[in-house]
Design a protein around this ligand. Structure first.
Ligand SMILES: [Zn+2]
Length: 420
């Protein structure tokens, strides 16, 4: 993420959310005073106090059989285990570097009884061979913590998120929410934002990414823009972001086919190029410069009508969105879609390259309206699906306290604070 180069800076304020679990704390201290029992530790659904616990990491060359052998399990038993669980878990696929936990009996034999393999931070596989052999796939419980942040932009957005130890996915998600209304390649010094979001934690402590942005406020060129996440389709369980007047923030087209890119040349019918003796060479597209291999996104839903290599265009893709609009993406290093394929807004359709006539890596984005190439930045593009009138009263009621919360977040720069 650090290569992403567009230049802004923010300071970030994180305030705590109000939910504190006071009762729980009181109870725990009561128990420890009266009984002095060691704390009961549970993990993976087992009370660890009942076992001798070995925590280790799979090493290069390790096999399930070898690990079992070290912990007192016979070859015959290992064969029986691997054979019984093969439909759930293939022990040959354990990977070096992944953590595992062995639960061993507390008696003198210290035989392994349960093997837990952590596929990733969240998913783990339990092989329990105490009596009958059972393998199960599980997920660690995820808790959501609500956080607030705010920032004033003076330099790089990403860099500052990094400096402030704030998850860059918040910035990434905000860029998604405002992709239709703010050109994030042209943020101004003094632009500022506030955001309320939920972060995921495993076992209450290990960060596991951003869940979602609940609401945000972005002030671009002194123009305030609120965004509230609201479920507008309960049948498909889908949500969208709406402003305080229930307008959908999504537009029919994204403002750019590349995230975090830089416009290197705008649509200009009177462009003169020195190389061609200062003759007028109209530029009927907008060039977005980005490193080779950067994904290029469909700016709207549609059907792929062209995916080929031709002359100055190089490798390119063209998409038919409806009877009025087509979009075209030139100079790809490679295409990721085929003719006839349906693509959704934001789908990756190819990658930045230098094929055809181009002096550097970029995508030349061409916006066609009624068969003519026009400047997408001069078009008054339609909004996406508005909130239905029947949902509006519930929406206004829902956002009222959230707006008050957003408005109460100060812009004062503060290092992130521990959330209680
Ligand atoms: Zn171009």
């Amino acid at each position: 993420m650090k290569q992403i180069s567009y230049a802004l800076l923010i300071s970030v304020v994180i305030l705590s959310c109000q939910k504190k679990k006071k009762e729980t704390i009181v109870n725990v201290s009561k128990i420890s005073k009266e009984e002095k029992a060691p704390p009961i530790i549970t993990e993976f659904g087992y009370v660890l106090n009942d076992f001798n616990v070995v925590k280790d990491t799979i090493r290069p060359g390790d096999s399930f059989g070898a690990i079992m052998d070290t912990h007192g399990i016979s070859r015959t038993k290992v064969f029986e285990i691997t054979n019984t669980i093969k439909d759930t878990f293939n022990v040959a696929k354990i990977q070096a570097g992944k953590p595992y936990t062995l639960l061993k009996s507390k008696d003198t034999t210290e035989k392994a009884q349960v093997f837990v393999y952590q596929n990733n931070k969240i998913d783990y596989t339990v092989i329990d061979f105490r009596d009958s052999i059972i393998a199960t796939k599980n997920k660690k419980p995820i808790t959501l913590v609500e956080k607030k942040a705010s920032g004033i932009i003076t330099s790089s957005l990403m860099q500052t998120f990094d400096d402030m130890d704030l998850n860059f996915l918040v910035a990434y998600n905000m860029a998604d929410i405002y992709a239709w209304t703010i050109d994030f390649t042209r943020l101004q010094s003094g632009d500022r934002f506030k955001v309320i979001y939920t972060e995921k934690f495993i076992d209450d402590t290990i960060p596991a990414g951003i869940d979602q942005i609940k609401a945000s406020y972005f002030e671009h060129r002194s123009k305030p823009m609120y965004a509230y996440r609201f479920m507008d389709d309960s049948i498909h369980n889908s949500s969208d972001y709406f402003d305080e007047e229930a307008n959908n923030l999504r537009r029919a087209f994204l403002t750019a086919p590349v995230k975090f890119s830089r416009i290197s040349s705008r649509y200009n019918l009177k462009r003169r190029i020195k190389y061609y003796g200062n003759k007028v060479r109209p530029h009927r597209g907008t060039d977005f410069a980005a490193p080779i291999g950067t994904p290029i996104l469909a700016t709207s839903d549609g059907i792929v009508t062209k995916s080929e290599r031709r002359g100055g265009n190089g490798k390119y893709v063209k998409i038919r969105h409806n009877a009025t609009y087509d979009t075209q993406y030139l100079h790809m290093s490679k295409q990721a879609v085929k003719v006839g394929q349906f693509v959704k807004q934001g789908d990756v359709i190819g990658y930045i390259g230098m094929t055809g006539n181009t002096g550097g890596p970029h995508v030349c984005y061409r916006f066609w309206k009624n068969g003519k190439e026009v400047d997408p930045f001069k078009q008054d593009l339609p909004s996406s699906k508005p909130l239905s009138d029947s949902l509006k009263p519930a929406f206004y009621k829902y956002i009222e306290p959230i707006k008050a919360e957003l408005d109460s977040i100060p812009f004062k720069p503060l290092k992130p604070q521990e959330i209680l």
